[in-house]
Design a protein around this ligand. Structure first.
Ligand code: ATP
Length: 288
């Protein structure tokens, strides 16, 4: 089997407080290959921090440690800021929930995509522009020439998110970290954006870390799922097996989902068992 893109062992993320320290991520191990890996779990379980730690973009005050944190064999923990700048964008890109925070409001859309391309490719302006227009077309922007000259506030949320995908994919990264990339979109637009993302990453063999609250979405969209709770990975399993998950936390998350085929008067709130904080976890259905 090919070496994974990401190989992490015993990752911990700690915040040092004035009174006490807080371990937000508590010794997790996982790999990501050229596949779509969903990361689910309730709010505060450590999903975003885990994704951001791979780019060393955690908030100030966060201390990352790990026995291994590698991207294609490069030790990310030992990498300098200069190395990380080369890795970010060139090799690992991040798509955030809201394009408002990622697109420059003062710069025309096309120029931002051209810039993303030229940062990583030494290409003449005309070639970069042609690439940017082709990329806008690939994310199904109609009239790419017109959209090229617009400012971010002149496009809809769904279009903004497709433009973000274009910008993140144009340098042809090996891995994309998408943090709730579609949760701000309505259901129909969400499906369109996911189909485009799926098509592009599958065609290029790009790895995808897909952070989401939506278990059903992850079960159908991803290849593998990591279920996080209180800074730990409770379960790591193929997405097709999610509905037969073994860990009581994953089962409780699934039971708390609204179901059209089985409406209930009240949704169950997962009851937390203190033993989950340091008890055994499941990998591919096996307790480890
Ligand atoms: N800047 C910070 N300072 C202190 N603690 C933080 C900070 N950022 C995050 N944390 C802690 O890390 C925990 C995990 O945060 P993270 O954002 O990774 O959760 P999440 O699973 O992505 O949640 P959500 O689904 O709501 O985005 C939080 O519960 C919080 O306690």
């Amino acid at each position: 089997m090919d070496k994974p893109l990401i190989d992490v062992e015993d990752l911990r993320i700690r915040f040092h407080g004035a009174h006490r320290n807080h371990d937000a991520v508590r010794g997790i191990s996982f790999t990501i290959g050229r596949e779509k890996v969903g990361v689910v779990g309730e709010s505060g379980s450590g999903k975003s921090l885990t994704g951001r730690s791979l780019l060393k973009l955690t908030p100030k005050g966060a201390k990352i440690t790990a026995t291994r944190m590698q991207f294609r064999g490069t030790d990310l923990l030992a990498a300098s800021e200069k190395d990380m700048r080369r890795i970010r964008g060139n090799h690992i890109s991040m798509i955030l929930q809201d394009p408002k925070y990622s697109l420059n409001p003062l710069m025309r859309i096309g120029n931002q995509i051209v810039e993303a391309y030229r940062l990583h490719h030494n290409a003449p302006p005309a070639e970069a522009k042609a690439k940017a227009l082709a990329m806008l077309e690939a994310v199904q922007i109609r009239e790419p020439k017109r959209v090229f000259d617009l400012f971010p506030h002149e496009v809809s949320g769904g279009m903004g998110q497709r433009i973000m995908i274009a910008m993140m994919l144009i340098p042809e990264p090996d891995l994309i970290i998408a943090d709730e990339p579609t949760s701000a979109l309505d259901v129909t637009v969400r499906r369109q954006v996911l189909t485009i993302l799926d098509e592009l990453v599958s065609r290029r063999g790009t790895g995808l870390m897909f952070i989401s609250h939506d278990l059903n979405l992850v079960a159908s969209f991803c290849d593998r799922v990591l279920v996080m709770y209180a800074g730990r990975i409770m379960e790591d399993l193929p997405a097709r097996d999610l509905h037969q998950a073994r860990h009581p936390y994953t089962q409780a998350l699934l039971e708390s989902l609204p179901r059209l085929d089985h409406p209930v008067d009240e949704l169950r709130v997962p009851v937390r068992d203190p033993s989950w904080l340091d008890g055994p976890v499941y990998r591919n259905g096996v307790l480890v």
